[in-house]
Design a protein around this ligand. Structure first.
Ligand SMILES: Cc1cc2nc3c(=O)[nH]c(=O)nc-3n(C[C@H](O)[C@H](O)[C@H](O)COP(=O)(O)OP(=O)(O)OC[C@H]3O[C@@H](n4cnc5c(N)ncnc54)[C@H](O)[C@@H]3O)c2cc1C
Length: 393
């Protein structure tokens, strides 16, 4: 059983942007995860992959992409459902985050920028879990500096021919459909105007999956290299307009970074709960370690920071549900929440003593899963660059 996240639970009454339908969705998703994910999660971490069968079960139960319109198999749900999906998957473990990436981050590109034909072809299977998606921006030589990507898509008649390599791609091994950031105009100035997004199906000749990357943490999350060697795709696979890829990515990064903040905050809340439980039970010098003032102060400090984070993130969820532009605030949340969750992980392991460093304790997994959150979805330094720009710097 999961430790109850009292912060989330106690917020039920005042998280008024969630309706009864949202809570019903959360309850059924949580029950589903308790039965279908938690008993197997250790095994998936060992195997370093979530089985496709689990994706299909999620799809069958309506938990993937609930926001997709009914016409394409979804439930026409709002962002609140997406936020709940991220929260509940994160409660189980960061290894499940690839599912949220598919549901809340990648499929929205197809929904927002796809043609009717693309939507009809792909969305229903994205909802059912039959199609797993990836978004491939990062390359061995370019991550933060997205405008500098080298993967090219050259027009040849009614096809694009794609060449290049991508790395660190979430859902890479399972991916059936990849949104690939390519240079359709390598000479464009500024360079980002030459970037387009192109859909590549994984069975296209010339496309191959490289190494399944061994990560420090998030073991069950599928992360891989992708290789494109003269991959020919019809021009109809262009997503949106040529040269607009960078703008589309920027447009969608608000939601991606909000989801990253949600995930890290839930991890911090879980770490605090695990630690609270531990310090009440573990004894030293004849009393629970929770009776030492140092422990109490650490817990009080962490609970305060988490509460600040919860207030901030909930405000952003509400604003995002209202379609407000919150790029700067989301950038603030992304760097601050992920840094805070990293601090929480250090303190929680310290309070667990030697047991905190043992794999059988969930806190150890949280500790190695959390550091990457300040790197991906735009590194925390890039978040500060974005914030500083808003001040005219
Ligand atoms: C587990 C995992 C999953 C990922 N999933 C995906 C995915 O699905 N799709 C995808 O496309 N990518 C994915 N990524 C890649 C991720 O987005 C990049 O790692 C990230 O953008 C940073 O790029 P980089 O690794 O090339 O680091 P670099 O860009 O080389 O940065 C290295 C360091 O320099 C700093 N730095 C860079 N530029 C500046 C600057 N202007 N000012 C100050 N500091 C700067 C960075 O903050 C960082 O600390 C994933 C990465 C990981 C680890």
């Amino acid at each position: 059983m999961l430790a109850k996240s009292s912060v989330l639970e106690s917020k039920k009454a005042i998280r008024d942007f969630f309706s009864e339908e949202h809570y019903m969705f959360r309850d059924s998703l949580r029950k589903f995860l308790e039965k279908e994910a938690i008993p197997y999660f250790d095994q998936w971490e060992e195997e370093r992959l979530i089985p496709r069968s689990f994706w299909l079960k999620l799809g069958e139960n309506g938990f993937i992409c609930p926001w997709v319109s009914e016409e394409f198999g979804g439930m026409n749900a709002d962002f609140g459902f997406a936020a709940i999906l991220s929260e509940e998957l994160s409660r189980v473990g960061a290894g499940l985050s690839g599912i949220g990436t598919h549901s809340n981050i990648i499929v929205p590109y197809i929904d927002s920028f796809g043609t009717e034909e693309q939507k009809r072809k792909y969305l229903p299977k994205c909802v059912s879990g039959e199609i797993i998606t990836a978004v491939a921006m990062t390359e061995p030589g370019a991550g933060s500096d997205l405008a500098n990507i080298q993967t090219t898509a050259v027009k040849d008649g009614d096809h694009y021919v794609i060449n290049g390599q991508k790395t660190f791609i979430t859902n890479g091994i399972h991916s059936d459909l990849i949104v690939v950031a390519c240079k359709t105009d390598p000479n464009a100035t500024p360079a980002h105007r030459g970037i387009s997004l192109i859909l590549v199906e994984s069975n296209t000749p010339g496309f191959s999956k490289g190494r399944k990357l061994k990560k420090v943490g998030m073991h069950s999350q599928d992360t891989a290299e992708l290789i494109f060697e003269d991959v020919r795709v019809p021009v109809q696979n262009l997503l949106g307009e040529e040269g607009k890829g960078f703008y589309y990515l920027m447009q969608k990064l608000q939601q991606e970074r909000l989801v990253a903040s949600i995930n890290s905050l839930v991890a911090a809340e879980d770490m605090l709960q695990l630690t609270l439980q531990y310090v009440k039970e573990r004894e030293a010098f004849g009393k629970p370690i929770g009776k030492f003032q140092n422990t109490q102060f650490k817990i009080a400090e962490m609970a305060t920071e988490i509460q600040i984070g919860r207030t901030f993130v909930d405000d952003l969820i509400r604003k995002h549900m209202d379609s407000k532009e919150i790029v700067t605030e989301v950038s603030m949340a992304k760097w601050w929440i992920t840094d805070m969750a990293k601090r929480v992980s250090f303190e929680c392991v310290q309070l667990h003593g030697g047991y905190g460093y043992m794999e059988e304790y969930k806190i150890a997994r949280r500790y190695r899963d959390i550091p990457v959150t300040s790197i991906f979805a735009g590194s925390n330094e890039i978040m500060k660059v974005i914030i500083a720009k808003q001040f005219g710097l």
